[in-house]
Each structure stands twice: as structure tokens, then as C-alpha cells.
Design a protein around this ligand. Structure first.
Ligand SMILES: CC(C)(COP(=O)(O)OP(=O)(O)OC[C@H]1O[C@@H](n2cnc3c(N)ncnc32)[C@H](O)[C@@H]1OP(=O)(O)O)[C@@H](O)C(=O)NCCC(=O)NCCS
Length: 373
């Protein structure tokens, strides 16, 4: 059967960064103003006062120091607290297609691929900015790719699950070369007025080329040994934004419609699930965690990554073994493990094993065991 390889990766980093300090200053100024404006209701117990945020807490609890924003305007404006992104006309390129293409071109170049070499485009991420036509089809047209494209949403595991679909298409022979893109434009879904979650996410776009080993000519090729997926329903990470709000007569931008989570519960539930998942996936190849040279793990929280790698290795993973990118990028929904891969894969030697693994909302866990060719 055809071997499937990841033959190129691309990363697009937005032009604007926001440090913890900048974000916390804006949030705290907003909270002061809110508390003053609602002093009476807070006094009467009708409303809760907004508590203060702190840059030290954020770094200690999450490992995040900074995040990138596609558009910074508006996010730090205490009278707005959300990015100001002008709507584009139907004849203009959509925002998500724009950043998807930036990452896609880099992945194509790393894999030595032209548009004519690609058979399918999957855009897989936590949100798409519209229901249809698919962002993937817009990207396909813009890049001049024949064949087909579709969008898929699996929250934090969208990227790995998208790679799984590409792997299966290539194995089945329905496509020879697939472009999988994760335009994680997540800043519009962040509740910047919520102390517990205002710091978590950043924008980014990543892309990979998966193809049959027979056609691959990229300098760094990773054979996908197998894929493994798990989902288990949980309301602990949720965004209820959607088209039903119009019929429900509710505020489409209410706090429950934006990202919200029970972070502690997520931590407790997901760490053991992810560790067990990874260990089972490796065991299917008669591998143990000690055989893995590089762990490209989901990037939501440094303490989660440390705990998972400690459960597996029986010791702390080194920064070389399990690279962390969330200090600069924050949580980028599904793209985190792909950013880690894009930045830290070229140094592996032939025959070295690595594992990509995402974990998060759904709950959803997706992994790929790979071996450098
Ligand atoms: C969100 C997360 C960073 C919070 O860290 P935590 O250590 O669990 O912190 P808690 O929410 O329990 O809060 C601890 C204390 O800090 C406070 N706190 C929360 N946010 C704060 C902030 N921004 N600034 C200052 N203090 C804060 C809390 O109110 C709490 O105070 P209390 O003990 O007096 O009630 C962490 O739970 C996490 O990352 N979980 C996993 C999330 C995840 O992976 N999600 C996937 C999303 S795709």
C-alpha cells in the first residue's frame, strides 16, 4: 500500500503581537470602568464586580507570555474589547482565505508542489467565517488548484483530524496530494471582558502537504505510520455561536456564544485521556514513549503539556523533545501542534519517530505517529 508522507509545512504569523501586560492593562481599565458604572447594582448584589487580571497569573497558570492578532485595533480599546475588522464584499478575498493562502504557499514551497500537483484542499479549523461557499473552495480557486475542497470543524483537533482525512484519501487512492490548512482566526470569538479567558487565544495559520511517498520530493519527509482519533462529549469547553440565535431571539454575541470553559475540569479530564491515547497509539507500533524523539503536542497550557509528557516518560520532557510555542503564540485552537511541527522538525535524523497530538474541545484527541524518511 502507498506510504503517505507529510512533505511540507507552512506557518503564517500575524503582524501584530499583544503582550500579557498590554492585554491585562486594557482588561483592568475596562473592569474599573465597568465596576464604577455598575457600582449600585454590584452593591445590591444584582451584578458581580469584574475581578482584576494579572500578567503574572497568566504566565504561571498557562505559560503564555504573548499572542498574535490578525487585527490588533479594537482589542485593547476599553470601549470596544474586540478586534475591529471591516467586513469585506462578496467579490473580495475573505479574511480566512487570505491567511490560509499565506500558510499554504509556504507549505507548497517546502514540499516543492505547484497548484497542478494538488488534488484536494481541506480547510480545517475551529470556526469558519461563513457557512458557505467553503473557504477551502475559495482557496482552491485563488491558488488555481483543480479537484475539490471542503471545510471541516473539530475545534482544537481540527488540524490533526484534517490530516487524518488527507491520509485516508491518499491511502484510498482518491487523492494523491492534499493541502490541509488551518486558518485559526480566533480573536473574534474571545471574550476580552472575561478575566478567566481573555488571555488564552491568538491568531495564526498553518498548512501541511500530505502526499503519496511516490510523488514526494520535499527535503524533509515524515512518513505517517498511522493515525488515531478519539472524541468524548463534554460541555466543559464550549462556544454556542451559530445561525440558530436569530430564530432563538437571543443575543448572538452573549457570553455563552463566545469561547468559555471550565478550565480546571478540562485540565483534569483531558490530561489522562491524552496520555492514555498517546501511549496506546505508540504501543500499536511496538513503540514506547522513550522511542519518540519529538513530541509536537497541542499548545493550550504548558502545565498540561508537562503533565502529559511526565505521565508518559516518567520525567519532564526537555524543550528539545516537546517544544513549546505557546509562550509566543498562546493557544491557537487546532494549529498549535502544527506550529510546533513547522518550527521544529528539520533537525530529526532518518528513522527518528515523532508524534503530533492535539487535545481539546469536544473533547477531541487526534494523533499521528510519524517517522522521518
Ligand atoms: C484556564 C487555566 C489557565 C486556568 O488556570 P488554573 O490554574 O486552572 O486557574 P483557576 O481557573 O483554577 O483559577 C485559580 C485562581 O486564579 C484566579 N484567576 C483566574 N484567571 C485569572 C487572571 N486572568 N488573573 C488573575 N487571577 C486569575 C481564579 O479566580 C482563581 O482564584 P480563586 O482560587 O480565588 O478562585 C487552566 O485551567 C487551563 O489552561 N486549563 C486547560 C484549558 C484548556 O486546555 N482549554 C482548551 C481550550 S481549547
Amino acid at each position: 500500500m502507498t506510504a503517505v508522507v507529510i512533505s511540507g509545512a507552512g506557518l503564517w504569523t500575524p503582524p501584530h503581537a499583544i503582550s500579557n501586560e498590554e492585554l491585562v492593562d486594557a482588561y483592568n481599565a475596562f473592569a474599573d470602568k465597568y465596576n464604577q458604572q455598575h457600582a449600585e447594582a454590584i452593591e445590591n448584589g444584582e451584578l458581580e464586580a469584574k475581578p482584576k487580571s494579572s500578567a503574572e497569573f497568566i504566565e504561571k497558570a498557562s505559560g503564555i507570555k504573548s499572542r498574535f492578532a490578525y487585527v490588533k485595533d479594537g482589542i485593547l480599546d476599553i470601549d470596544r474589547m474586540r478586534p475591529a475588522i471591516p467586513e469585506r464584499g462578496e467579490n473580495e478575498l475573505s479574511n480566512q482565505a487570505e491567511i490560509a493562502i499565506e500558510a499554504a504557499r509556504k507549505a507548497m514551497s517546502a514540499a516543492n508542489k505547484e497548484a497542478c500537483d494538488i488534488d484536494a484542499v481541506i480547510v480545517s479549523c475551529a470556526y469558519t467565517q461563513r457557512a458557505y461557499p467553503a473557504i477551502a473552495i475559495e482557496v482552491q480557486q485563488e491558488l488555481g488548484i483543480d479537484g475539490f475542497g471542503f471545510d471541516m470543524l473539530v475545534a482544537c483537533s481540527a488540524a490533526t483530524f484534517g490530516m487524518h482525512r488527507a491520509y485516508e484519501m491518499i491511502k484510498a487512492g482518491t487523492a494523491g496530494c492534499v493541502l490541509v490548512i488551518n486558518p485559526e482566526l480566533v480573536s473574534p470569538q474571545i471574550n476580552y471582558t472575561d478575566r478567566d479567558s481573555h488571555f488564552i487565544f491568538g491568531d495564526v495559520a498553518t498548512a501541511v502537504i500530505l502526499e503519496s511517498a511516490d510523488s514526494a520530493s520535499g527535503e524533509h519527509q515524515y512518513e505517517v505510520m498511522s493515525t488515531k482519533a478519539l472524541t468524548k462529549f463534554s460541555n466543559n469547553i464550549r462556544s454556542s455561536f451559530g445561525y440558530m440565535s436569530r430564530a432563538n431571539d437571543v443575543d448572538p454575541y452573549g457570553p455563552d456564544k463566545l469561547f468559555h470553559q471550565a478550565g480546571r475540569k478540562v485540565f483534569k479530564d483531558v490530561c489522562p485521556l491524552a496520555a492514555e491515547h498517546i501511549s496506546e497509539h505508540l504501543a500499536a507500533h511496538q513503540l514506547t514513549p522513550a522511542d519518540v524523539k519529538r513530541w509536537w503536542l497541542h499548545q493550550a497550557n504548558i502545565n498540561m503539556n508537562l503533565l502529559i509528557s511526565k505521565k508518559l516518560l516518567g520525567r519532564d520532557a526537555t524543550a528539545d523533545e516537546a517544544p513549546i510555542v505557546l509562550d509566543r503564540y498562546a493557544n491557537t485552537a487546532s494549529a498549535g501542534s502544527v506550529i510546533a511541527f513547522a518550527l521544529h522538525h528539520e533537525d530529526l535524523g532518518s528513522g527518528d519517530y515523532g508524534i503530533l497530538c492535539s487535545f481539546g474541545a469536544g473533547y477531541s484527541i487526534g494523533s499521528l505517529v510519524v517517522r522521518k524518511r
